[in-house]
Design a protein around this ligand. Structure first.
Ligand SMILES: Cc1ncc(COP(=O)(O)O)c(C=O)c1O
Length: 494
């Protein structure tokens, strides 16, 4: 195979317009990607290895343009690990960690890797019940038994606040064999908790604190932003570079400060569920995003903070509209609350999509746009005005908010998730499923927080809340029957 060959990151080329900010001198994977794709575009390669498109765009077309595997393109198959390691070390240093891996499978993979890294099958872990479905499946893979801790609730909106430190302390005290604490911070709705307090509680119990910070890759890079989880004392964090940073879709970082976590075990856990063919394009974009944060992060986050503050102020002038705010809320997160304006979030979302402005999440009472360091004043102002106009178009009588079932679930666990996942099951009508044990995970998506986890009793309340979310136009994900007419339940003993 024609290969880019082993090399250090030091660039020798003149400026490349494909690297407009000149990041390659501090980004070894980006530098390698720029070299390889330049060769491919110049027709200099005659590859006799995967990928099967062989850098041709006359078959499947432009959709494969820029694709380059890590192994065999960014560097030789024999040397690419060294290059990758250089890039991951730079990220570890930036976040103050001593172990870092780049994932091409999102925080989904990172959560599962961390679940596989902390204990052994049958052990208990303290876990927020606001967890993303990826972590729940991580518990299934690892055979860990969750001890659920519930977040506090924002009284006005019903949205989840953080899990209280006392709640975690109490869980650790009553489950002294638990091997880790898993929290999500910031939550999907941007609420933030006392991570230093959680780290202290976990460490007093001798166990690691692991944080799903999927939405928070920018935290810690400006004095007005909360610190990131590692700086706050967590032992590990996962974050999606593709969410908050300008990286390719699926790019994520898993970071750890080892001690309570073993680096070799972390590596094994990471590799167990990662592809053997990581996309060099994705890993190079994580490297580029890291180099950008290291150099320009403070200025870019300052702009982002200003944009979010301006959008908050504009939305606060719209009668009936609120934006989640306060010291417990990540300042760049905009969670727009519509109940007081009577507009239906799905109708507002449809107008935004029609205007070419898709948002991250919408349900009846909430719209969540994502602002990142890639946004500028013009983009956010345009969006805010279109949003305000859409709210006015759909304005109605104020109503009390009804929080998504994802935020109101009170789980009744009958079996650990792994046992339930593998247990014999049958399909029954929805009404007959009440009181039975769920074999499946059912989650309105977004946010992807399970309302039913494998092993939990299907309560009348959970069924009613899921039906209401479905009737309001929400997508019910992962259920075998997303119409909710039937459920998969554990087969009753004869
Ligand atoms: C809290 C949380 N964790 C993990 C994930 C999974 O992230 P990814 O899409 O990068 O796999 C998500 C996705 O939305 C999430 O909201």
């Amino acid at each position: 195979m024609t290969q880019a060959g082993s090399r250090s990151a030091a660039p020798t080329e003149t400026a490349d317009p494909r690297d407009p900010r000149g990041l390659r001198s501090d980004a070894p994977l980006l530098d390698a990607w720029l070299r390889f794709t330049a060769q491919a575009e110049a027709g200099l390669l005659n590859p006799m290895a995967v990928p099967g498109h062989k850098q041709r765009q006359d078959l499947t077309g432009a959709v494969v343009g820029g694709d380059a595997p890590l192994y065999g393109a960014l560097d030789t198959i024999k040397h690419a690990d060294v290059l990758l390691g250089e890039a991951e070390d730079r990220a570890a240093r930036l976040w103050g960690a001593d172990w870092c891996r780049f994932s091409v499978a999102g925080s989904t993979h990172g959560n599962q890797a961390l679940a596989l890294a902390v204990g052994s099958p049958g052990q208990e872990v303290i876990v927020t019940r606001c967890l993303h479905r990826s972590l729940l499946l991580g518990l299934v893979l690892a055979g860990l038994r969750p001890v659920w801790v519930l977040p506090e609730r924002d009284a006005a909106s019903g949205l989840p606040a953080a899990v209280a430190v006392d709640t975690v302390r109490a869980a650790l005290a009553s489950h002294p064999q638990a091997c880790a604490v898993f929290l999500g911070d910031p939550s999907y709705v941007g609420t933030i908790g006392d991570l230093p307090g959680h780290a202290e509680a976990a460490h007093e119990a001798g166990v690691p604190l692991v944080v799903d910070a999927a939405w928070a890759a920018h935290l810690g890079f400006h004095p007005d932003l909360p610190p990131h989880a590692i700086a706050a004392g967590a032992d590990a964090m996962v974050t999606s570079a593709h969410k908050a940073l300008p990286a390719y879709t699926q790019g994520a970082l898993v970071l750890a400060r080892t001690g309570l976590l073993d680096p070799a075990r972390l590596d094994r856990a990471f590799e167990a569920t990662h592809t053997t063919s990581p996309a060099g394009t994705i890993t190079a974009s994580i490297d580029a995003a890291r180099a950008l944060l290291a150099r320009d992060g403070t200025a870019l986050c300052a702009r982002l903070l200003g944009l979010a503050a301006a959008a908050r102020q504009r939305l606060a002038r719209v009668p009936g509209v609120d934006v989640l705010d306060g010291p417990g809320v990540e300042p760049t997160k905009l969670v727009v609350l519509l109940a007081g304006a009577g507009a239906h979030g799905n109708a507002v979302e449809a107008d935004l999509i029609a205007a070419g402005m898709p948002v991250e999440m919408a349900d009846r009472d909430t719209i969540i746009p994502i602002l990142t360091i890639a946004d500028d004043e013009a983009a956010v102002e345009r969006f805010t005005e279109v949003l305000v106009a859409a709210i006015e178009r759909h304005r109605g009588a104020p109503r009390p908010p009804v929080p998504s079932p994802a935020w109101t679930v009170t789980p009744q666990m009958a079996l650990p998730p792994r046992e339930a996942f593998f247990a014999p099951n049958e399909t029954v009508g929805a009404d007959a499923a009440v009181g039975r044990i769920s074999a499946e995970l059912v989650a309105p998506y977004p946010p992807g927080v399970p309302v039913l986890a494998p092993g939990e009793i299907i309560t009348a309340e959970a069924l009613a809340a899921l039906r209401a979310a479905h009737a309001e136009g929400g997508r019910i994900a992962y259920a075998a029957d997303p119409t909710l007419a039937t459920f998969q339940v554990i087969t009753s003993a004869p």
